[in-house]
Design a binder for this molecule. Sequence first.
Ligand code: NAD
Length: 487
Amino acid sequence: MVSRVIPVERFDLVIFGGTGDLARRKIIPGLYRRYLAGQLPDDARIIGAARTDFDRDEYEGFVRDAVEKYVHVKKHNGDKIKAFSKLFSYFKIDALGDEGWKGLARLVRKDVVQAFYFSVAPRLFGELAKRLHKYKISNDQARIVVEKPFGHDLESAKKLNAVLAEYFDEAQIYRIDHYLGKETVQNLMAVRFANILFEPLWNAQYVDHIQITVAETVGVGGRGTYYDKSGAMRDMVQNHLMQLLCLIAMEPPAHFDPDAVRDEKLKVIRALDPVLPEDIVRGQYRAGDGEDSYLEDAENPDSKTESFMAMMVHVSNWRWNGTPFFLRTGKRLRARKSEIAVIFKDPPHFIFEPQDSAQDGRRCNELVIHLQPDEGMDLRVTLKEPGPGGMRLMDVPLDMSFAEAMGRDADEIPDAYERLVMDVIRGNQTLFMRGDEVEAAWGWVDPIIEGWRSRGDKPKGYDAGSSGPEDALMLMHRLGRRWREIT
Ligand code: NAD
């Protein structure tokens, strides 16, 4: 299958923080893959801007290393990598001072698409916006890409929105949540809104519950002191899990355009009920498998920050009345796995003999949307076991791995950053968070965190390599449901 690649307009992309980890692992490799696909115009300019002392040659070397290390070896082509690195230049700048800005102003073209990627610490976001304006670098259509975390709570998010709004219109601000750039997440919208099959069933009448899981095997070592001020709620739930929840729960927008989609997502956040304390389980991993405990990783023996959380959430509207949404995320769990599972109800009347093989005596359809490690979807349906011997039923996954379905290798599925950077250049904000969405999400999360603080709530310990604390299992069991395995 040949994919259609539409070249983008001429552009200048400035990567602030162009020598950082994110630029090296994600942004530069993503740009290279788009370059190989023929999507970058020949005169595209990519400018690294950071505090590191690099000259242009050194930065080109940095770019080549990033490609060689983080792009699949099958895509290595010495000439292409060299030509790609020639698109780059480098400016040493200080976001907090005046160094380098005049030079940058001379370099950035005014008559092309301008994109400024803020891949730096959040405290520098406002400083960069201010200086882009002060040195008259950005034009009226310039786009800025703002990394996560966008604020620490509602108040800080509002302040950040206000600072950015001094210099840029909302239509110029691209708040990134890389989960939205995943192929599967966009396919979720295609599955829901481009097919007649699912949407009639996509409601409280037919859906028993929904599970969203983002499980990681890594701990917080290396960034433990940073993470300790954040925790799973701020680091994962407020952004990634809530965005996934919105896409699952939202009403069909009237058009597939950025504001129509984001309006519908916002309505979901506004329809979320406050969560009862007994519907949330927080956890902290213990030492295990030769690895340190959370408390050691965080270098804080008294930490009450959660490295795991599970919660039951309700969306109070007509479509979802009474349907529980279970969210779960954590570090140092049994496997790395992100998925959304839509568990449908049992048929209203079962005409076959009860089946020993049925889970909990239930025989429900499940639509599972796999986000990582391998992107794809599967739909579990019940069929008759082949052969004689009566009506024995079995569950069969109708499996759709995107890589297979598209006739591609898994490493050819575009990475989220690759798509999102191109969306910025194209000026498409659909997969980026709007300011009011981010604020609404913090407005829902803040009281929950404040509740833990005021009650002195402590996370429960869980074993490294497990599925989280026992209480998380009970959260489901008490309602006669169970989590899908983290395997
Ligand atoms: P990093 O510490 O590896 O790099 C920071 C970059 O900022 C460096 O290029 C550094 O030179 C530059 N910098 C620091 N102070 C500066 C100043 N005063 N003026 C100009 N440049 C300055 O950080 P990172 O991991 O690349 O993260 C960048 C941003 O992306 C952060 O907001 C982070 O939260 C976010 N993010 C990172 C990842 C990741 O996987 N690394 C994932 C999600 C989000």
